[in-house]
Design a protein around this ligand. Structure first.
Ligand SMILES: [Zn+2]
Length: 413
């Protein structure tokens, strides 16, 4: 077997295409292996629009970056014909090793996609030696293609959450399929609030889905969101995720701590001691800080106790049990908070919790795991780090899809 035939085989080329020449350019850095691909004279080529075999009209030379050949960059060059189809006129023929318009071979793009799932796009760009702009173009193409194939006809339980792309300047709302074990993201859209729900409902209809089929919506406690969710998904029970309950009490606790820090000097480790829960403490300083807060009878310590008590409510086995515990929790927490000015944020959180109690208690009946929404935080962080340096909304959403959406077979034809 000749070297050219071997390379033809290695590239997966099929007739009429074959490698006819090869050269190694060592003057370049990194050095470049160039493979010349050609079809035999007089061959007929399929029209890209209808597949009819036609004669070549004229040729033009193109090149594609291919997978590295050991340490050498590899470039494929070919003269690609235009055919004159009786029906479609002059058309450039598609080559089997690349998609139309791309300067990369399919195998090269496949490698790029595998890398992009694991590392930031600018790192991929550096690694393969092409500009990050071109890498983004490849990533966006395959992600959108994969998302285009999504079939949402069976979607009946959704969860949604919002996140900021960059210091709160832009928001993105993410929708997950609550029945999916892994890669649950089915949609992400710029913005937050009720408009996003309408956008999602329209998207759902475009993906064989039906808003009427949605029987459960899990979201946070913003009143605009809740009423819009009930209006958009008329057959759905709207559940508030426990994660968001914890979130409002954590926020309240942090507000109390900040208010109090204006009046008295708090121990240095107080911030982390109160923001992290008892179960996640590792550092002795934090334990000591909390003990000091308690001993000095500070408001921050009270807010912390209220937040920790939430766990007791959550651990109830049944909805009834949870309701009973919630009632005790409200009584006890309100007594602790009293009418202290510093503890106003805690009283506000208690009121919000109580207002939404029926929706929150639904989680005890729901069969869907609320862990999905909690897991999203990790996903957002991963997406942010992969899109490092390109934190606009579009690139962020592309990364969320690449990492979290059910598009595993990105590169099938
Ligand atoms: Zn044609």
């Amino acid at each position: 077997m000749e070297a050219n035939d071997l390379l033809t085989l290695g590239l997966g080329l099929t007739a009429p295409w074959r490698v006819v020449d090869q050269s190694l350019d060592l003057s370049k850095q990194p050095s470049e292996l160039r493979l010349e691909v050609e079809a035999a004279r007089g061959e007929r080529y399929p029209c890209p629009a209808c597949g009819a075999l036609c004669k070549a009209h004229d040729f033009a030379e193109f090149s594609w970056r291919h997978l590295n050949f050991f340490q050498h960059h590899c470039l494929i060059k070919a003269r690609v014909p235009r055919v004159r189809c009786p029906e479609h006129g002059l058309k450039r023929v598609n080559v089997p090793w690349a998609r139309p318009g791309s300067g990369f071979t399919l195998l090269f793009e496949q490698a790029v996609m595998l890398l992009a799932r694991e590392m930031p796009v600018n790192a991929v760009a550096r690694y393969v030696g092409v500009t990050d702009k071109r890498i983004w173009r490849v990533v966006t193409h395959y992600v959108l293609k994969g998302m285009g194939k999504l079939d949402l006809s069976r979607l009946c339980g959704i969860g949604l959450d919002e996140t900021a792309t960059k210091r709160g300047h832009h928001y993105v709302t993410i929708f997950v399929d609550m029945d999916r074990e892994s890669r649950p993201v089915v949609f992400a859209t710029p913005g937050k609030g009720k408009e996003c729900l309408k956008t999602f409902a329209a998207y759902l209809k475009g993906r064989q889905g039906n808003p009427e089929n949605v029987v459960e919506v899990v979201c946070d406690m913003s009143p605009a969101f809740l009423s819009a969710a009930e209006a958009t998904f008329r057959n759905a029970a709207v559940t508030v995720d426990w994660f968001h309950v914890v979130q409002i009490f954590t926020k309240a606790l942090d507000e109390v701590r900040r208010l109090e820090a204006r009046e008295v000097i708090l121990p240095k480790a107080a911030r982390w001691a109160v923001l992290k829960g008892l179960e996640t403490w590792r550092i002795e300083e934090q334990v000591a800080a909390l003990k000091e807060l308690e001993e000095r009878g500070l408001a921050t310590a009270t807010a912390f106790r209220v937040k920790e008590l939430l766990r007791w409510v959550r651990k109830a086995d049944t909805r009834q049990g949870a309701r009973w515990r919630a009632t005790r929790f409200f009584e006890f927490a309100r007594e602790l908070a009293g009418d202290s000015v510093l503890l106003a944020p805690v009283r506000k959180a208690l009121n919000t919790f109580e207002d939404h109690l029926p929706r929150i208690l639904r989680r005890w009946d729901s069969l869907l795991s609320n862990a999905r929404l909690e897991g999203l935080n990790g996903l957002f962080q991963a997406a942010r780090s992969r899109a490092r340096g390109y934190r606009n909304v579009t690139t962020f959403i592309t990364m969320i899809y690449l990492i979290g959406a059910p598009i595993t077979q990105l590169l099938e034809a």
